[in-house]
Design a binder for this molecule. Structure first.
Ligand SMILES: Cc1ncc(COP(=O)(O)O)c(C=O)c1O
Length: 395
């Protein structure tokens, strides 16, 4: 390894950048595996299924056909068209291709939206526990992060009154995420309607992270864009990672008013230039081709959800709600008398089960763990046995 002797002087803004600790836990788990320890991976948020063969074939064909060059920063016209049709149909709203920006994964839409809209000292409401990159980005641009809770007793749905009580004249952006990471909570339609009514008169944007919208087990997905006046003040974040098991392809998109879409495309020009062309050609196939794999995957997640919720509820000190969406459970572990971090570290190092401390998603995640059930029923059952044995031996 090379050694450096001089001190690294970083720009001040780097001290305000957070991280996503799922990747750190994955690295630690891999180190333990390299030393011969068996680890069951319930920490990482990606479907364990392969991408469907017809999508892989479309990408291979695109490469052979010469889709190996730069493309337009906002995305290929045929993909923007396909996204506008598909996303519009699923939400029963009208979307124009000029409102779509294709990005390498859904994550850049968080980055770009916050860069484009939030100035120093602007307040941004965001869920806590929630996807850690929201808070990281708010702090990065010197905005003021204002967390709101996701009460367990409401099945991790938002309390709209709490959100409304936190809106001030400085509020610039409200981040919603439904279905939610890490809790699996899904926002009820009445909650969204109440929020939309309250926002109707305000100059506030909404970043609606809907990346898990096709992983809902009860009822239908609701989007705030379906309510009067909200579409032009909302940026939908969506993508191919979770729905089509395409995390490594890096394919996502944002849907927003066309004037904002042009600015976000400018951020693409300044950062990535464009999303890979052959991936985008395959993405058209993902949207327009056979959807049965998506349905099968959801039904398999439903089966696993049943197994993990039942198993966790049998462990002394654990209490687990049945989540309505995504592929995570968020058990309350306060009954163990230990901190989330202590339990998560113990499970990884001693029981060989990788999961995340609730605090990986913000301070208000204390008292919880996040398990991803994107793993086989067999492995989930094995993990549950290991967790139960560890709890019995240590607590
Ligand atoms: C809530 C949420 N939004 C966005 C993303 C980003 O997805 P992508 O891999 O497409 O960047 C994730 C990924 O874990 C997520 O959990």
């Amino acid at each position: 390894m090379s050694t450096v002797t001089s001190k690294l002087r970083l720009a001040e803004r780097m001290s305000r950048l957070g991280t996503e600790s799922a990747f750190d836990v994955l690295v630690r788990a891999r180190e333990l595996e390299a030393r011969g320890k068996e680890i069951i991976h319930l920490e990482i948020g990606e479907p364990d299924f392969p991408t469907a063969p017809h999508i892989v074939e479309a990408a291979a064909r695109a490469l052979r056909d010469g889709w190996t060059h730069y493309g337009p920063p906002a995305g290929l016209p045929q993909l923007r068209q396909a996204i506008a049709e598909d996303a519009g149909l699923r939400r029963a709203i009208r979307i124009d291709p000029a409102e779509v920006v294709v990005t390498p994964g859904g994550k850049p839409i968080m980055f770009f939206t916050i860069l484009a809209l939030v100035d120093r000292d602007d307040e941004v409401l965001y869920p806590n526990p929630g996807f850690p990159i929201y808070e990281s980005m708010i702090r990065f641009v010197k905005g003021r992060p204002v967390p709101y809770a996701l009460p367990e007793e409401r099945d991790f749905d938002v309390d709209v009154d709490e959100i409304l009580g936190k809106i001030t004249d400085r509020t610039r952006l409200i981040i919603l995420n439904s279905p939610q990471n890490p809790t699996g909570g899904v926002m009820g339609r009445e909650q969204i309607a109440a929020l939309a009514r309250a926002l109707a008169e305000r100059d506030v944007f909404v970043l609606s992270d809907e990346i898990y919208n096709r992983l809902i087990f009860e009822g239908e997905h609701s989007s705030i864009t379906q309510f009067p006046g909200m579409k032009e003040r909302t940026i939908i974040l969506d993508g191919f990672s979770k729905t089509f098991a395409m995390t490594g392809w890096r394919l996502g998109y944002g849907i927003m008013r066309p004037d904002l879409a042009r600015q976000v495309a400018l951020l693409m020009t300044n950062s990535n230039s464009c999303t890979a062309g052959f991936s985008q050609v395959a993405a058209v196939e993902a949207l327009r081709g056979d959807q049965s794999g998506v349905d099968r995957m959801r039904e398999e997640f439903r089966r696993r959800r049943g197994v993990i919720v039942e198993g966790l509820n049998k462990i002394p000190g654990f209490r687990c709600r049945t989540p309505h969406g995504a592929f995570y459970v968020f058990p309350n572990i306060t009954g163990t008398g230990k901190s989330s971090k202590t339990i998560a570290d113990g499970l990884l190092n001693e029981a060989g089960v990788a999961c995340l401390s609730g605090t990986a998603f913000g301070d208000w995640g204390e008292g919880y763990l996040r398990f991803s059930y994107a793993n086989s029923v067999e492995n989930i059952q094995k993990a549950l046995e290991k967790v139960a044995a560890w709890v019995k031996a240590h607590l």
